[in-house]
Design a protein around this ligand. Sequence first.
Ligand SMILES: O=c1[nH]c(=O)c2[nH]c(=O)[nH]c2[nH]1
Length: 301
Amino acid sequence: MSEQRIVLGDNQYGKAECRLVRVTRDSPVHTLADLNVTSQLRGDFEAAHTEGDNGRVVATDTQKNTVYAFAREHGVVSPEAFLLRLAAHFTELDWVTGGRWSAEQYAWDRIVTGDGPHDHAFVRNGRSTRTALVHVDEDGTTVLAGLRDCTVLKTTGSEFHGFPRDRFTTLADTDDRVLSTSVTAWWRYADADPARDHDALHASVEALLLATFAEVHSLALQQTVHAMGRAVLEAHPEIVEIRISCPNKHHFLVDLGPFGLDNPGEVFFAADRPYGLIEASLTREGQPPAPAAWASVTGFC
Ligand SMILES: O=c1[nH]c(=O)c2[nH]c(=O)[nH]c2[nH]1
């Protein structure tokens, strides 16, 4: 039997989930950035894997320290800008050909007291988690931004009917139902401009997703998802692609007939599983795709 050659395939390594809180205290009115940062390097790390030769292995501990040192030196203007800076730093090494830098950002609002918004006391805003990802490979740098766990619900303005019926179909047509979902969205910027106002864009995209969910009279969650993505691409030419994943958080009308009660769309059982899972991606026609960057985002179609 001829001897088989075993080759090292894709590999990456780094420090995952560096919890970073950066306080800006240039004035008595402090600001706060609360992040969870992951740094992963790709490149020529063959010798480390095959020989245990660490000559090129930037320790994950060093990667973690760089996160905190850069936060002090440069601040956190936005998660995207912060990740771009980390990416530029590590890819200065000639054997680091790329990598993946990602962050979650948790929002804090100022506590409002009788005297107004407080200078240095905050309350966590759990509305959604902001996400960002910078992917670098030989084809260039891709910036993705997103959000997750943005749970929304509308009590009417949603229908679902006209679907095929077979002997397994029990779902009744409805022209008035509760529609609820938890939006996960990722969008891709046309380029990796670190000077882009990522914070303003993120706020605008979140507002567009919410307004569209509210305003579109929905004939299916698929239609709502499509409208949300379309609204974002129409409003922001610098965004070339958006992917949206929406679990259909079913609310079933409870049959109160056994208790002699009607139920005109007022009492629901909020099921948590199973749930429909509706996902779609929308792209601006003619834009080059970025499959490698998307491959590093899990759980999307
Ligand atoms: O908006 C919906 N889309 C579906 O595909 C679907 N399927 C289902 O059972 N309910 C719903 N609702």
